[in-house]
Structure formats: C-alpha cells, structure tokens
Design a protein around this ligand. Structure first.
Ligand code: MN
Length: 231
C-alpha cells in the first residue's frame, strides 16, 4: 500500500523507568473541575462535568530534568497556564462505572492545559466552540507517564505551578469536584475510551497569563517536575 504522503508520526509519551513509549490516541480535557477555579471563571456549585478535546499532536513532551520550549502562540494577548493531573487510559471501555474505573488507568502524568484565554472568552460570549482557545498547536505540554501502581496516593497528591519561582497555583487532587473515577464514568458514557486516551482532569484556581521568557515549573507529588519556558 502506498500513501499519498508520508503519514504523520505516532505521538507518544515515554514511561518512567522503562523503554516503553505510550502512544497517544486522543486528548480529553475536563472543564471547571475544582470549585475555586469554577468560581474564578464565574460559576458556582457542582455542575455536571463537561469535556473538550485537543488534537493528539498538540502534545509537547518534556523529559524529566530538562527545560522544554513552548512557542508563544499566535492570535492571543492572554496566554494562560492551567496545571493538571493527566490520566493515561490503558484499555478500551464504555459505560465504565466509577468503582471499576481504576482498572482502566495505565498511569499518570503532569500536564499543562495551555489556553488562549482571550479567544476562549470571545467564543464563550458568542456561544461558539472553544477549539481556537484550547486546541491549538503546542497547547498540551506533558511530562513522562508513571505507571499507576507506583502512585497509590495519587488522590491526595498536591499539585502546583510556579512561574519564575512564584507559586501561582496550589491545591490537592482531593479537591477535584469530580474525582478520577467519576470523570472516567462520565467520559466513557459519551465516548468509548481507547488505550492511548489522555484525560487532562482540570485545573485548580490561580490561572493567569505567562509572557515570553517566563519559566513554568509544574509539580505533583510522586511525579517528576515539568519545566517549560515560554519562547
Ligand atoms: Mn483545563
């Protein structure tokens, strides 16, 4: 068989402590999954979770111990960080119950749901899709994946983001409005999950803009730091 052009490379993320690469299928993201962030975005209470996607090739992988480079994207003047726990799905499933969800998880990573906030806001105002604000090139930085069995206390891990050494976001995974199992239950009711699906589980409060030259350091207990500089 001959392709019309060379097919794109498989996007993949290395697994810590192994030579394996985790091939990425889709990137799902959860909106407003921490109460204080929902409030800073102008919402209250426990609304049903909602989802959006980023293209698989918006991944920017940063190896542990290195500083990645993140291009400042086009069209925006308000480029926001959102630090998030990323769940890596390991097997296919639909209509998964929260109590069974953990057997579908391969591992976890630390990610940034980078956002062109001004474009997202404009689309929201007009009732239009968020793609241009959320699903742009290089919008999904991520560190290596750690297998789930090595992170038994993930549900109580602390998560934070520093910009040039100053803490911008700090919280714990316990504060997720919809916990990891519940997210998988809701998501798998709407799509059949596949191995290779990444889920960015939502960001705590403190989202704000970064500028060219800023160094972002994301931390989550049990995972290597994710360091990336805005070019
Ligand atoms: Mn987010």
């Amino acid at each position: 068989m001959s392709y019309v052009f060379t097919p794109p490379k498989v996007v993949s993320v290395p697994v810590t402590g192994s030579h394996l690469q985790y091939p990425v299928h889709r990137i799902y993201c959860v909106g407003r999954n921490y109460e204080e962030h929902a409030k800073e975005m102008g919402y209250t209470g426990r609304e049903p979770p909602f989802f959006f996607l980023k293209p698989a090739d918006s991944i920017v992988f940063v190896p542990s111990g290195e500083i990645g480079n993140l291009p400042y994207p086009s069209l925006t003047k308000n480029f926001h960080h959102e630090v998030e726990l990323v769940v890596a799905i390991g097997k296919a499933g639909k209509n998964i119950l929260a109590k069974d969800a953990h057997s579908y998880i391969y591992g976890y990573a630390l990610g940034l749901d980078m956002t062109r906030r001004d474009l997202q806001g404009e689309m929201k105002k007009q009732g239009r899709p968020w793609c241009i604000g959320k699903g742009f090139d290089h919008s999904a930085p991520i560190g290596p994946i750690t297998v789930a069995s090595e992170l038994p206390n993930i549900e109580s891990a602390t998560i934070e983001l520093l910009v040039d050494g100053n803490v911008r976001q700090t919280s714990t995974i316990q504060k997720l409005i919809w916990n990891i199992g519940e997210v998988i239950e809701h998501l798998s009711a709407a799509w059949e999950l596949q191995p290779g699906d990444l889920i960015y589980t939502g960001t705590p409060e403190g989202v704000a803009a970064v500028e060219s030259g800023n160094l972002m350091v994301a931390r989550l207990s049990g995972l290597p730091d994710l360091k990336i500089k805005v070019a």
